[in-house]
Design a protein around this ligand. Structure first.
Ligand code: ZN
Length: 260
């Protein structure tokens, strides 16, 4: 009597054999799915996962009797997982490359749009804009209360508020900061773009601190607490405990602040 479920009775060889793989001259042909491989090694790798899925597919097609589903052997599972891991790694690498290409393309498209914005004539060039930031006594308080980075952010905050002239633009969910460079073109900012700005602000903070120190010299000399404070402030101004990549921190903060 013919079987009701003919597929289930079909045997799948555990190993790729001469029956499924043909000779090297015609390539190695998978009898289960029809793919052909030039190299025997690639055919063998393919066969492990193909046989696994083929077997699973035939067994689960049987809606009348789930108990017929067999459990793969440890060796079969090991081979299968090994192949899946290799495939997974290859796919991850491919996705990373594709993402990189896509980001570059998106960045180029955004730069093209920005460079054709008629409002660009109102923008101040990045270098000039940076040179306009002046550190005040109020900004120094932010360093005393927090850190040198806090002071730098506060000093930049007021300057950032006039958006029409701002030589920087960032967009939500896009990890790029664009600056309006000295050649009047928008460019993707690197951390190095902020080296000059940070150095200039650090220098200004030191100058303002020395002024503060000079003005308060008499009071400081009379109070132990103020003497301690002075040392503490000085360490902050000199960037003590100023950990992490300050350029990257500042760039990230600017992007979050100005994101459109
Ligand atoms: Zn196959």
């Amino acid at each position: 009597m013919a079987s009701i479920h003919p597929n289930i009775t079909r045997k799948i060889p555990n190993k790729p054999s001469a029956a499924t793989a043909t000779t090297a001259t015609t390539g190695y042909h998978c009898a289960l799915c029809g793919k052909t491989y030039k190299l025997k090694d690639n055919y063998n790798k393919h066969y492990v996962s193909c046989a696994f899925f083929h077997k699973k597919c035939m067994e689960t097609n049987d809606e009348f009797n789930d108990s017929l589903e067999s459990i793969p052997t440890q060796h079969e599972l090991y081979q299968f997982i090994k192949q899946i891991a290799i495939k997974c790694q290859r796919l991850e690498e491919e996705v990373a490359t594709l993402k990189q290409h896509l980001n570059m393309k998106q960045r180029q498209n955004i730069m093209d749009i920005l460079n054709h914005d008629p409002k660009n004539s109102m923008r101040t060039q990045f270098d000039i804009w940076c040179a306009q930031i002046q550190v005040s006594r109020e900004h120094l308080d932010a360093v005393f209360d927090g850190s040198l980075m806090c002071g730098i952010k506060v000093a930049m905050e007021t300057h950032i508020s006039s958006r029409d002239t701002l030589p920087m633009r960032a967009f939500k969910e896009k990890n790029t900061l664009y600056i309006y460079d000295s050649d009047r073109q928008w460019k993707a900012a690197t951390n190095a773009c902020f080296e000059k700005l940070i150095a200039s602000l650090e220098k200004q903070f030191l100058q303002v601190f020395l002024e503060w120190q000079k003005e308060n010299q008499e009071q400081i000399s009379k109070s132990e607490k103020l003497k301690d404070d002075e040392i503490h402030y000085m360490m902050k101004i000199c960037g003590y405990k100023y950990t992490g990549d300050k350029h990257a921190i500042l760039k990230k903060w600017i992007m979050e602040t100005i994101a459109e």
